[in-house]
Design a protein around this ligand. Structure first.
Ligand code: GDP
Ligand code: MG
Length: 799
């Protein structure tokens, strides 16, 4: 029977994982291993995905993915909640107690004892599963008042902070959350590359005490790496509250890694953690000892042959120890293979690995070697926990269960979600409009001040229109961005974000995306820039890129003035319908684009929808405010510079060449550009003024209407007429008005779809980590805009 056939409330034991590659790897590291008990808890309102309970935590899986897991149904009453398979627990217990052997390998030297006293800086890296409290620990340890930098990787971020403790300066880095150290997800690759390139002095492995079994899987991989390490047993308050008792000192002794309980939300235990780190760094901690997470006999045998060969090879990369390299080779880790290929004896090594794999596969028919390794590791963990941890007799009904019964229920799930979204949207863009207005007033005042007090000339114009206007256009959105990220942080911390993704996943899956893509897309209706920035929460790289690329089709508020002007002028009889039509058109183009991208460019979604549903937690105000501040700063820093340059360029194009000031017929470069592009826009029924407005709107779409206003000044007596009247006035050259309903509709469609504003393009490049995606957006969106505007214009002409 397949897991997908399991009915709500029923339990089963996992028999086998079908499927391949990333999916298989991910579910294994998340605890889907042979012999584990799994319970179907509830289905999302649209019946897909389904929430399961496994190893004392909750996880959601799509039905298609659940159908790749073979299970055997069990009678609920006959199995205890905490089902640890007898055989594994027994056999690995033996390993757990005979693992005192110390690796003698030449490659396995990571002792830091000798440097002590010479250097007074300790580099510490925080590594742990997503949501185990790394960032909270980082913030409380670094106080976030010392220098905090922001390094942005390709798709993932890490933060560094510096602070002093116990006579040492600590450089601490908060790495992205990972379930293991393989090469399947960008986070995993990032963390492993970080370890390889930066080789921190001590790793702090943050583990969630309320979910120990799964969290310790990563620990076993870190033990394989044989790196100086301390375990921060975080969320210790939750463990205490649950009634479970853990002899963490015994656990630490058993695995040779000091364990320090912490509550990083309050700071409890953090001082002791850093004292322990110092001890480990100085080589004075009695617990530290190299231990092997023993695998089954035939695996160990193959492993030791590979390990010996690796140790003999002096040309191999020395950053990882031989045991770790050997295990990863047996798991067919592509990146480690690459690393081994750099060696002179690469062919020999890989041939040996293949021979060993063949041998192992022959002796374990139908089994996948990396599953065997994961099984053994979970067996080791079970054994260690069986000796040191006592689960409470009764499992209390948690608040999370009660809340989830409501929040993800078929009846209330969607209405509640829509209310939350509506509230956030309203608060971000309508309440946020007040501070935005104040900022705008300040900017206007500053511009006016410059205009009044400076001698006329290019410098004054540059300051007033170029610099203040351009940078002002960026700062104005700051309140919206900060408010939005306050809510996003709040939702992430509370655990609601995961539920939102859970509810929306089925709908988003229809266009090849992930449940988490929904929130950025909705935010796009307000402003595309924060929407693109919000895509960071999407773990799956391809889903993230697709979401980033379709976000600009969400009609942002800057495009609204164009609709207001043209719909009011030409379609007042059907205003509501045309308005709605514009928003819908954007959404439809986004959906079609997403499906195409999924179909032709990102054929497989490399990250399966296996999503942890963390328990609800009350977010701390401090965290949310800090996140808001962080994002605001990032926005100003990253956008500010480029937008400033762009605004100055556009200003220069508009200002130069300086003709005779009395001659109104001089063409600025901007107008020349507009007129040069004009033949391309002619088929859309666009006047040259319209074309100039479109070009001027590239930095920011707010500029479109004001440009039209400047260009359609008309005759002297017409200047104080409303812009709508001026647009419909007869053009003396053609004897017809420039804008007709057909031309107006085409113009609106073009504005809706064409190249997004510069700030959005910059955000796209930053978020995807590649300028190519920015270029794609510019060309693809403009092409789509042209084609649809052309079609609309021609169809309208028929009537
Ligand atoms: P990260 O994903 O590992 O960086 O985890 P975060 O630091 O973002 O924390 C995830 C959630 O756990 C947040 O809601 C925190 O407030 C909460 N949290 C962190 N540490 C603790 C702790 O020690 N005890 C409790 N009860 N909650 C914690
Ligand atoms: Mg974090």
């Amino acid at each position: 029977m397949r897991l997908s056939d399991l009915k709500t409330g029923e339990s089963a034991v996992i028999v086998k994982i079908l499927g391949h590659g990333a999916f298989r790897k991910r579910v294994m590291e998340m605890g889907f291993v042979k012999g584990r008990k799994i319970t179907a808890l509830l289905a999302a309102p649209l019946r897909d995905p389904v929430k399961y309970r496994l190893m004392n935590y909750e996880v959601s899986l799509r039905r298609t993915e659940a159908s790749l897991i073979e299970v055997m149904p069990i009678n609920v009453s006959s199995v205890k909640e905490d089902n640890r398979p007898e055989k594994d627990a027994g056999s690995h217990l033996a390993f757990a107690s005979d693992h005192t052997m110390v690796d003698d390998g030449a490659l396995d030297e990571h002792s830091h004892g000798e440097f002590v006293g010479r250097r007074h800086t300790i580099n510490v890296a925080l590594i742990g599963n997503p949501n185990c409290g790394k960032t909270s620990l980082f913030n409380i340890a670094s106080g976030a008042k010392e220098h905090v930098g922001n390094y942005s990787g390709v798709t993932v971020d890490s933060k560094t902070g510096t602070f002093r403790h116990g006579g040492y300066t600590f450089n601490i880095v908060d790495l992205p959350g990972t379930y293991s150290l393989s090469a399947y997800s960008p986070e995993e690759r990032y963390v492993r590359t970080y370890l390889k390139d930066h080789n921190p002095d001590v790793i702090v492995n943050v583990v969630d005490a309320s979910n120990l079994e799964r969290n310790l899987y990563l620990t076993t991989e870190l033990i394989d790496m044989d790196h100086s390490m301390v375990i921060a047993l975080n969320m210790y308050d939750e463990l205490r509250r649950s009634g479970a008792v853990l002899d963490y000192e015994a656990l630490g002794n058993m695995i040779g890694v000091p364990v320090v309980p912490t509550v990083s939300r309050t700071g409890e235990g953090v001082d002791r953690l850093f004292d322990t780190i110092i001890q480990v760094y100085e080589g004075k901690n009695p617990v530290v000892r190299h231990v092997h997470v023993k695998l089954s006999q035939d695996l160990e045998k193959s492993l030791s042959e590979i390990k010996d060969a690796l140790k003999r090879d002096k040309t191999i990369n020395q950053q990882f120890c031989a045991r770790y390299l050997g295990i990863k080779l047996l798991e067919r880790d592509a990146e480690i293979e690459e690393l081994v290929r750099e060696s002179k004896k690469a062919d020999e090594l890989l041939a040996l690995r293949n021979r060993q794999l063949e041998y192992l596969e022959r002796h374990n028919p139908g089994e996948d070697i990396s599953s065997l390794i994961a099984d053994d590791k979970y067996g080791f963990i079970s054994g260690a926990l069986a000796e040191t941890m006592k689960q409470p007799q009764e499992q209390a009904v948690s608040t999370t269960h009660i809340l989830d019964a409501f929040v993800t229920s078929r009846l209330f799930g969607f209405p509640l979600f829509l209310c939350v979204m509506a509230f956030i949207f309203w608060f971000t863009f309508f309440i946020g409009a007040y501070p935005a207005d104040w900022i705008q007033e300040g900017i206007d005042w500053l511009a006016a001040f410059v205009k009044e007090n400076m001698a006329p000339g290019p410098l004054k114009d540059l300051l007033a229109n170029g610099v203040i206007g351009g940078v002002g256009g960026v700062i104005v959105f700051l309140p919206n961005i900060m408010i939005l990220f306050f809510f996003i942080s709040f939702m992430e911390d509370s655990g609601y974000m995961a539920r939102a993704a859970f509810i929306m996943d089925k709908l988003m899956h229809k266009i090849g995306l992930h449940g988490k893509s929904f929130i950025p897309l909705v935010m796009g209706f307000g402003c595309n820039v924060p929407a693109v920035m919000a895509c960071r929460a999407i773990e799956s790289r391809s889903s993230k890129i697709i979401t980033v690329l379709i976000t600009p089709f969400m009609s942002c508020s800057a495009r609204l003035p164009v609709y207001v002007l043209l719909i009011g002028t030409f379609f007042s009889a059907h205003a509501a319908l045309v308005f709605l039509g514009m928003y819908l058109l954007g959404a439809v183009v986004a959906m079609v684009t997403a499906r195409m991208l999924r179909r032709f460019f990102f054929k497989v979604d490399e990250t399966p929808f296996v999503m942890e549903l963390p328990p609800y937690r009350v977010p701390t105000m401090k965290t949310s405010l800090r996140h808001m501040w962080w994002k605001g700063k990032q926005y100003l820093q990253k956008m500010g510079g480029i937008i400033l340059v762009a605004s100055v360029i556009v200003w220069a194009l508009d200002y130069f060449p300086l003709g005779n000031a009395d001659d109104p017929s001089r063409d600025s470069y901007l107008e020349s550009v507009g007129k040069t592009v004009q033949p391309v826009m002619e088929p859309l029924g666009c006047s040259w003024q319209g074309t100039v407005a479109i070009v001027a709107g590239i930095p920011a779409k707010e500029i479109v209407v004001s440009t039209l206003g400047v260009l359609y000044t008309g005759s002297d007596e017409a200047t104080d007429q409303a812009l709508s009247t001026r647009l419909t006035a007869l053009n003396p050259a053609t004897g017809e008005p420039d804008f007709t309903p057909a031309a107006a509709l085409a113009f609106m469609i073009f504005i809706l779809l064409y190249c997004p504003c510069l700030a959005t393009v910059v955000a796209i490049v930053k978020e995807t980590g590649h300028w190519g995606y920015g270029a794609f957006t510019i060309f693809y969106n403009t092409a789509v805009a042209w084609i649809l505007a052309f079609a609309a214009y021609r169809i309208m002409l028929l009537f």
